[in-house]
Design a protein around this ligand. Structure first.
Ligand code: SAH
Ligand code: DHB
Ligand code: MG
Length: 223
């Protein structure tokens, strides 16, 4: 058996027991695929991890950058109390439309708001509204802008908030200091920003499984 087949099989074992998709999550994936969205949502195990992190945070306000069809949004939204709020930023009107339907089916339309446009335009608009600090920020959009997203996350959070950055390994390409790929450069810049920032304490974890070899960075906002 190849290593990657084994990783998939172990992921399936953990998912079956610990993070099974219910009908709403299955439908979100099915309708995303039917609408032609790329199959790049977090895995079920990763979605459950995001949900647990949000619960550990006691999150009442969550910010997501990169909605796609709303699969990760549903996992995160289910961690919120009925009067919580999740703002998810999405560039593509088509993705946002699919997500909005998926979130309505999940019964999350009262607490989740999908905002369409380039996140670097939506973020200053959001900041102008002076929202209460977000307790968790999930960064999962265009990786080239990751350092900018971490900077915005710092402006929109407070002490104890958690910033999660998806896709920081990309099959190991993250270690290529000479890479000219915008995604790799953006990811490296975000890692180095977290590493050197006086208000952040972070780490990164490699993952294998349903989405191949990748990983998450986590950063806690300090005083
Ligand atoms: N978080 C989702 C996956 C997001 S995929 C999940 O796990 O279910 C990345 C998404 O970011 C795509 O839908 C893409 O359209 C969006 N995106 C890309 N560039 C963006 C930008 N500049 N601003 C906002 N969203 C962007
Ligand atoms: C891609 C984007 C993602 O957010 C992800 O989790 C996996 C792949 C991509 O753009 O290829
Ligand atoms: Mg991702």
């Amino acid at each position: 058996m190849s290593d990657s087949q084994l990783w998939d099989d172990v992921d399936a074992y953990f998912t079956t027991h610990l993070a099974p998709n219910d009908e709403v999550l299955e439908a979100a994936l099915r309708d995303s695929e039917a609408a032609g969205l790329p199959p790049i949502s977090v895995t079920a195990n990763q979605g459950k991890l995001l949900q647990l992190l949000a619960q550990i945070q006691g999150a009442r306000q969550i910010l997501e950058i990169g909605t796609l069809g709303g699969y990760s949004t549903i996992w995160l939204g289910r961690a919120l109390p009925a009067d919580g709020r999740l703002v998810s930023l999405e560039y593509s009107p088509k993705h946002a439309e699919v997500a909005t339907r998926n979130l309505a089916r999940a019964g999350l339309d009262k607490i989740v708001e999908v905002r369409v446009g380039p996140a670097l335009e939506s973020l200053p608009q959001l900041a102008d509204e002076n929202p209460p600090p977000f307790n968790l920020v999930f960064i999962d959009a265009d990786k080239a802008n990751n350092p900018h997203y971490v900077e915005w996350a710092l402006k929109l959070t407070s002490t104890g908030s958690l910033i999660v950055v998806d896709n920081v390994v990309r099959g190991g390409r993250v270690i290529d200091a000479d890479s000219t790929e915008p995604d790799i450069r953006g990811t490296r810049a975000a890692i180095e920003l977290i590493a050197g920032h006086p208000r952040l304490s972070g780490t990164a974890i490699q993952t294998v499984g349903g989405k191949g070899y990748d990983g998450f960075a986590l950063a806690r906002v300090l005083a």
